[in-house]
Design a protein around this ligand. Structure first.
Ligand SMILES: [Zn+2]
Length: 117
């Protein structure tokens, strides 16, 4: 397995910094959406009330997912600072470059990830 080159590392770091900003923006947006739904009792029927509640639940689930990804990215960026980015946290082998390009915040190599799933 080939290790990451300097420019690949730089690219991945840049990618994660951008992702971090994007995810933070998504979270800010979701906070607004997740505020209590105030409904006009006369204007909306029971069905749209349920709809609104379901949408709120979905927004909450999405927020959790986004928060988790943001945490993973923050963690990966810390590995950059420590100089051990790109290595599997379980077996210490370099994580496949192609995998990192899809999921730069990956903690495990593909083998270890499949054991986790
Ligand atoms: Zn591994």
């Amino acid at each position: 397995m080939t290790e990451l080159t300097g420019s690949e590392l730089e690219q991945l770091q840049q990618q994660m910094l951008e992702l971090k900003v994007q995810l933070q923006q998504v979270l800010d947006g979701q906070h607004q959406k997740a505020e209590p739904v105030i409904l006009d009792q006369q204007a909306v029927g029971r069905v749209s009330r349920i709809d609104a509640i379901q949408q709120q639940e979905m927004a909450k689930a999405g927020e959790q997912h986004t928060t988790e990804r943001l945490m993973a990215i923050t963690r990966a960026l810390r590995h950059f600072d420590e100089g051990d980015y790109g290595y599997c946290e379980q077996c210490d082998l370099p994580i496949n470059v192609a995998r990192l390009k899809i999921k730069p915040e990956a903690q495990y190599c593909i083998q270890c990830q499949s054991e986790h799933d």
